[in-house]
Design a binder for this molecule. Sequence first.
Ligand SMILES: Cc1cc2nc3c(=O)[nH]c(=O)nc-3n(C[C@H](O)[C@H](O)[C@H](O)COP(=O)(O)OP(=O)(O)OC[C@H]3O[C@@H](n4cnc5c(N)ncnc54)[C@H](O)[C@@H]3O)c2cc1C
Length: 388
Amino acid sequence: MSHVIIVGGGIIGVATAYFLGRSGHQVVLLEREKTLGELTTAASMQAVRAQFSDPANIAFMQESLSFYEQFEERLDLPGHDIGFHQQGYLFVTSEETEVELLRERVALQHRHGLTDVEFLAGRELRERFPYLAGEALAGTFRARDGWLSAHEALLGFRQAARRYDVTFQLRTMVERVLRQGDRIIGVATSAGNLHADHVVLTAGPFTAGLAQTADVTLPLDPMRRHRLVIGEHALIPGWAPMTIDHDTGAHWRPEGPGAALAWAEPEEPSPPAMHISPDPAFPFRVLEGVYRLNPFWLDVAETLPRSQVFLDAGQYTVSPDHNPLIGPVPEVEGLWVSSGFSGHGVMATPAAARLLAELIDGAQSLSTNPFALDRPTLSTGGGESMLI
Ligand SMILES: Cc1cc2nc3c(=O)[nH]c(=O)nc-3n(C[C@H](O)[C@H](O)[C@H](O)COP(=O)(O)OP(=O)(O)OC[C@H]3O[C@@H](n4cnc5c(N)ncnc54)[C@H](O)[C@@H]3O)c2cc1C
């Protein structure tokens, strides 16, 4: 079996280390920080769903969610609780023109095996979710979607990986990928050079920059995204699903006695960074955004003490078709990528890590990989339409 270096200890890198270790590889994961999972993984809304519009994503996320549902058994970690709240995901529209589109999307999801998505309209929708505004015309709901603790999931993968030949080397900054002709031979790090048969880049927003050190250009852009957490408020319905305004993208979900809110607003790509300054005006915008179809948010906003408001931001690593890049770099032997999750990396983790390990092992054919780095939609567009 081969020697593999993984660059980056977010949730993707750690889960990939587990799957590679389990199939017998000798794995060293290098992480620049003193702890794992401190960058994008820590900024996430931690929500997981199988309701997608691209058939490849529907299958991929179903695989991931099944894994999360059986996390303890799959990793043989009895009692390891990843806090999986399957309270559902609800997309809601108030636009006549979107109602048919949502109905068609549910039909597509059913055709692709995701048969438990419900299309709800009019009174039925508002009776099931009475906090919605009268303007809410239709929605799609899947009860098994939800959210979990990305931190606990990462810790579970790390614990399970330690049964194998997997080393987690912290405080080690990878400065360069070492290339000799058409092949990768290792990496240059703050602790010296390390050699390997394969190098896997799972460095989140820093992935494209690292690939560039081996003269490889990846179509990945880091984009700032905010998350607002409300510590506690009595008017927030704790039983509610993740609720997304399908027309604008503003969304919220319960979080303990409070809530988490986000909105992937249009923004120019930004350079990769370890600390992202949030826009202090974001809380006002997102509260106004969610209020449109969830009127109780106006009452929350008017009575919200500042001490209950927590704002932060991270970076989505976005690809042109909003699907991840998972697989070998075609022109350079031994260089692999698992990144560009376009805001869906936590939900994709189990399937993405399994896929990359199987591609390295040859257990999965390169030609049937929907997330290959040379797929046409990276230059022609298309792919996943639901970027939230
Ligand atoms: C506001 C926000 C909300 C989100 N909500 C969701 C959601 O609800 N559901 C979902 O599925 N996804 C969500 N995401 C996206 C999700 O967080 C990411 O897709 C996921 O965390 C990516 O994980 P990763 O391991 O690829 O990257 P990261 O977590 O960024 O990990 C990369 C690691 O690489 C390390 N690193 C970088 N450069 C080097 C180097 N040169 N040498 C060594 N180490 C290096 C970093 O320190 C870091 O630990 C959200 C993201 C944001 C910002």
